[in-house]
Design a protein around this ligand. Structure first.
Ligand code: AG3
Length: 274
């Protein structure tokens, strides 16, 4: 490929992120969205859906570790875990690092995302074939509505709230997540950038609060997402206890100390929780 080809994500009408492209590995219109897999020098392989970067070889661990290990260490005995979205498999891989998890159910609406991950992101899709992994290609909203008290932890790894993921950001969805969780249930949902999308951060907090008595959020630094500063909304049926000691996880971002620090919020973030 010519050496001056660039991919541009329009994060808003006024802000872009540009990556020089070495090769376009896949470009396809799925029944749900535009899917693109790029190879880049800066971040390795990059998965893009509807123009938005979902994950890259080089920084995927930050997001996937923070989505999985924070709620799993806060739950007293996470045996059954539901992952809504996350068809690349990155969250699933992290969830299955916990030996006490007996089953993890990945619910992805777009089978082509899983296919792209199998074809181009072996480090993400590695857990698809594990015995404890159960893959469901179906609508996460419906799946959750039919999953009464089934899960200990639910992780909502959605795209931005436009297109197929829109329904995953409203109060009705969080109420069915509440019903799909057992008595110590915890949910985590990716909730966008506090600087660029404060209204979305607030919307997730409000939605969670409409269903869960305990709601908070924590931060992580994901280089390729808008502004790099990312929020994760968390809802819990019980007040949050001290995290369980989880040892032996092979991680590059998450540690118990990083987790504790991730809940220390600057005022500009704290005010989005009110
Ligand atoms: N899901 C959240 C991606 C949000 C990124 N937004 C953006 N680039 N505008 C990521 C899925 C990874 N498993």
């Amino acid at each position: 490929m010519a050496d001056n080809v660039w991919f541009t994500e329009f994060q808003t009408d006024d802000v872009t992120l540009g990556l020089r492209v070495k090769a376009v590995l896949r470009q396809e219109t799925t029944p749900f969205q535009e899917l693109l897999v790029l190879d880049t020098d800066a971040y390795g392989r990059v998965l893009v859906l509807d123009g938005a970067i979902q994950t890259t070889d080089r920084d995927e661990f930050v997001y996937h570790e923070m989505m999985a290990h924070v709620p799993l260490s806060l739950h007293p005995h996470p045996r059954r875990v539901g992952i809504i979205g996350g068809g690349d498999g990155g969250v699933l891989r992290e969830v299955l690092k916990h030996p006490e998890v007996e089953e993890a159910h990945l619910v992805e609406i777009d089978e082509r995302v899983m296919a792209a991950s199998r074809d181009f992101f072996p480090a993400l899709s590695v857990a698809f074939d594990y015995a404890r992994a159960h893959l469901h290609v179906t609508d996460g909203i419906r799946f959750i509505q039919e999953a009464a008290a089934k899960f200990d932890v639910i992780i909502v790894d959605s795209t931005d709230p436009v297109g197929p993921a829109e329904g995953l950001f409203g109060p009705a969805f969080y109420q069915s997540v509440f019903a799909a969780l057992g008595e110590d249930g915890i949910v985590v949902a990716q909730s966008e950038s506090p600087l660029l999308e404060p209204e979305l951060v607030k919307k997730v907090q409000r939605g969670l609060r409409s269903a869960f008595p305990t709601v908070t959020l924590y931060l992580g630094a994901v280089a390729t997402y808008p502004t790099g500063l990312w929020t994760f909304g968390l809802g819990s049926k019980k007040p949050l206890a001290t995290p369980r000691q989880v040892s032996g996880l092979d991680t590059r971002y998450w540690t118990a100390e990083v987790q504790a620090a991730a809940f220390v919020l600057p005022p500009m973030v704290r005010e989005l929780m009110e």
